[in-house]
Design a protein around this ligand. Sequence first.
Ligand code: PLP
Length: 456
Amino acid sequence: MGLSELPPPVEETPGQDLPNMSVRPPGPQSRTWLTRFTRCSAPMGPQFRSESIVKADVPSGSIVLSKSKGVNLLDVDNNRYVDLAAGFGSLLLGHQHPNILRAMELQSERLMQGLGDVYPSDAKIGLLEKLARLHPAPDAQVILAQSGADAVTAAIKTALLATGRSRLIAFRSSYHGLNYASLAVSDLRSGYKDPFRKHLPQDTTFLDYPATEEGLTNCQARLQVELAKGDVAALVFEPILGRGGVIVPPKDFVQVLRKETKKTGTLLIADEVWTGLGRSGEWLYSCKGSASAEDAPDLVCIGKGLGGGLPISACIGTHQVMAAWEQEDEVVHTSTFSGAPLACTTALATLDVLSRHSLLERSARVGAAFLERLREKLAGTVVREVRGAGLMVGLDLSQSRGGAGELMARLLRHGYVTSTGGGARDVLVLTPPLIISEELLLSFEDTLQLSILQMS
Ligand SMILES: Cc1ncc(COP(=O)(O)O)c(C=O)c1O
């Protein structure tokens, strides 16, 4: 048996069970672990301030996880949950997919760590070839990285090298990661940036992310003015605003960005860290329907689900743009674990399962039906809008103050793990594994409907 062995059919993937709650979360074991956690972990995030944890009510996120399988998560009190957050959208195949485990086993017996950019491994070369083919350009090339932020950094560095310019354009409420380069083009929450502003590059102009046709017209006009200055290296964008609240732009969004940036030699960087690899129902949402390489973004970043649970990401770009790395002085973007063989192998297994099981098509089909049912079932409730693409769904609760956080906590008590998004955390975000059974989604919808009615 090798890496090419057949993955189990989606219906037979282990770990598709309904919630089973033995105690109200956080149970006694979770509370004990959380007390230990707050003593030794730097206090980041509102739910981990020590005073929130001892409160009687469930602060969102305050459980301690111990095991998982497929779509199920277990906490230290043995509560079984259905995971509709899937590692912030990163577990496309669910937890511990048999083919990912097999890939890890085989590769860990062969080679776990290579020598980065000095001696590439066979696994790394195999992955580079596969990833290059995701871009519509026939001669695309790839930089491997370790996180979404790292891939975005690689793309920004490439754009600076290729254009010799330094200014960037990005969108309000966007999220590209928290290292300094990706933070400079992110705008989701001021807390992420404010304390570090003095160290961040200041050369980014932010435009409103267009949610409507009118928004797109305004965006185009603003873009023309900014680009006419001739100093913009790249425009960085999310094809669907993910953490900003799952906002799906008008269908001509990418074409407009492409047309305008081309006029001034500005590079177009699509951040597909969340949308890519089937999450939105497409390999790359920004290349959806791209007739030719000409229409595609110059650089595309992917991450999250690529490694099947292991940290690996990539920046894929045209040969012409990537050629900028060929300099006389040594100019590289790498790190000790970039392109580590183990993660390259799980990435190869992920790509294999995604295509063998047509999981992109499944994500588009199951996601469209899920969206339609949610729109129907939640009409007339506090949910203002249900939006999304594929299995990336946002419920807009902006008209109910604190509503998304409250709903997340209620759902947790019923055994469903979800997350929130939007600048004011007013959107409930659902990003289940692409292998989730339709029966589980239907059961969740009943619980969701009931929880929302109880809130209204
Ligand atoms: C669109 C997008 N880009 C980049 C990132 C950052 O990825 P990472 O957390 O792996 O650095 C995220 C994370 O949510 C994201 O949604």
